[in-house]
Design a protein around this ligand. Sequence first.
Ligand code: SAM
Length: 278
Amino acid sequence: MSEHRTGAPGRVKEVTSLANPLVKDIKALALKKFRDQQNAFMAEGLKLVIDALDLGWTIKTLIFAKSALGNAAVEKIAARTVALGGDVLEVSEKVLTAITRRDNPQAVVGVFSQRFVPLKDIRPKGNDVWVALDRVRDPGNLGTVIRTIDAAGAKGVILVGETTDPFSLETVRATMGSIFAVPVAKASPEAFLGWRKDFAGTVAGTHLKGAVDYRSVDFGNRPVLLMMGNEQQGLPDNLADACDKLLRIPQAGRADSLNLAVATGVMLFEIRRGALKL
Ligand code: SAM
């Protein structure tokens, strides 16, 4: 467990006005432009914030509802935030609702620094499994995939091309905290294809025209890179051609395809079958 000290201890402030500049900055995190400008994102819930600090994420600001005053766990995390150099805001219900854009908001919200793992630092070994998502569009899909990667014990995700933001509130919510446990990389298709050349393992693509039943493959004891296609278009030819195999999940019934996150879950639990024990 490591905690990154940011220097001087932080501040504790009571805020009730929506016009407060600190509140305005946090509300702006709803937009990607401001998340990127501030290199920040928001995560809701006491347990998530505790987990994030335990995993060494840098907290910029902790926001908690006045109604949580006196709650020992909240006061402990507030003290921890101040010691780490973060700010603590004690706010009204009205301010929390505005920040999180939802009624009945969680009593605790954390603002953290964003973190991407550089592609060049990903060097899979053993039976590591990584997932590459081609131009994923839907925040709920991305969050669900990140949560599923965590649950299956895969290593992380590489976002290829123009994608939805892993640090949007909607994606972070759908990860249910796994955003703090699953490394995320992003790459242009060209950079990804360059990196793929040195990937010493099986590159398994999934495709509706795949010739191989995913259940017939022996993934063995070597790294696997699972490549999943865009929700509307599937894998483009340049990515499909870079795969060692194109696998299909056989279907019955009338649906043309599975939802991206569901297909990723089916594949991950098959690839990780030997590593999962009750
Ligand atoms: N219309 C798209 C197409 O033609 O590929 C459908 C894409 S599907 C919603 C999103 C991704 O999930 C696909 O690119 C593929 O990676 C995966 N997928 C969904 N159903 C699948 C299946 N039955 N077999 C293999 N992959 C599947």
